[in-house]
Design a protein around this ligand. Structure first.
Ligand SMILES: *Cc1c(COP(=O)(O)O)cnc(C)c1O
Length: 324
């Protein structure tokens, strides 16, 4: 399957497929943020998903598209937390076995949240890539179906349903800011939005520490980088040297990728908690960080920001908020 075979039709199909499991989230205007940046800003609250992050959309679409035999054998995945949680949640909802591989760097709050969903949990290696090698082994040895975190047509189409919902709720949208790591989220959203209105700007936001997609685009090929600790821990991880879909789709559909510093992420976390009164994780607030940091030139009159998840360690959030 080449990327031009993932179309708007698949995103609409995904919307129907995932409706029983994933929530259609609200797009809410953020008055205080709009005043600060002098443009109308709306927030897409993926923090309200049953698993606390958008990844349930892609996972639900992928797993619900498996045949009965594959479902019975079970699924396996590798994840920094939110994707693993989504796969475990969907599998439990459907009554099929799930194995989740995570690296030793995944924070304790995410490990505990995963354990509550009762998958078979495998903690292996110092990076997402190393945990991934273990998942491939299990796939081969036990006949499990791999549910990739981002580089997969069903996953991309599932995440793209966010684009459909933004368009339905705010058809006049000028620009959409999307947290960017492996690029499944932004590829799906950009496919949906650019198919409907090529003039809608789709902007990716990554952290300065380990912006693998950004540097891969610069090098014109997928590259590998060392993982560094960051407040945006859900954005950690590579894009895969053998990337098949998202590298090309981001290159094709995304207008721009901007980077934010750890200080800017911290400020946005504090602002989101104290002013907007929302609990969001570091990875989720990078769009707000980009706006507050003046990183978006001429954003237009209507900006939508994807608040991708709320699975933050509460001690970390309160410490960051207390310091600002
Ligand atoms: C996974 C994740 C992202 C990034 O999504 P990609 O598809 O990897 O680009 C952003 N925010 C949160 C909260 C996530 O869990």
């Amino acid at each position: 399957m080449s990327t031009d075979m993932i179309t708007l039709r698949h995103v609409f199909q995904a919307a129907q497929t995932i409706a029983p499991i994933a929530r259609r989230t609200p797009l809410v205007s953020a008055e205080l943020l709009s005043e600060r940046v002098e443009t109308a800003v709306s927030l897409k609250l993926e923090t309200l998903q049953p698993t606390g992050a958008f990844k349930i959309r892609g996972a639900a679409n992928k797993i619900l598209n498996l045949d009965a035999a594959a479902r019975q054998r079970g699924v396996v995945t590798v994840s920094t937390g939110n994707h693993g949680r989504a796969v475990a949640y969907v599998a439990r909802h459907l009554g099929i076995p799930a194995t989740v591989c995570i690296s030793e760097l995944v924070p304790q709050n995410k490990v505990e949240a995963l354990q509550r969903l009762e998958p078979t949990l495998v903690i292996h290696g110092q990076s997402q890539d190393e945990a991934g090698e273990r998942a491939v082994q299990l796939q081969e040895e036990e006949g499990l179906t791999m549910i990739p975190p981002f580089d997969d047509p069903d996953i991309i189409a599932g995440q793209g349903t966010i684009g459909l919902e933004i368009l339905a709720d705010l058809p006049e949208v000028d620009a959409v800011l999307v947290p960017l790591s492996g690029g499944g989220l932004i590829s799906g959203i950009a496919l949906a939005l650019k198919s409907a209105g090529p003039q809608i700007r789709v902007i990716g936001v990554s952290m300065e520490r380990g912006a693998v997609m950004y540097h891969s685009l610069g090098e014109k090929r997928p590259i590998r980088m060392a993982e560094e600790p960051t407040l945006a821990d859900s954005l950690q991880g590579g894009i895969g040297l053998d990337n098949r879909y998202t590298f090309q789709m981001v290159g094709e559909y995304v207008d721009e990728v901007v980077l934010v510093s750890e200080d800017e992420i911290a400020e946005a976390m504090a602002f989101t908690l104290k002013e907007l009164r929302l609990v969001a994780e570091g990875a989720a607030v990078v769009g707000i960080a980009a706006l507050l940091g003046g990183k978006i030139k001429n954003p237009g009159q209507q900006v939508a920001v994807v608040l991708s998840g709320g699975n933050v360690d509460m001690n970390t959030l309160l410490e960051v908020a207390a310091k600002s």
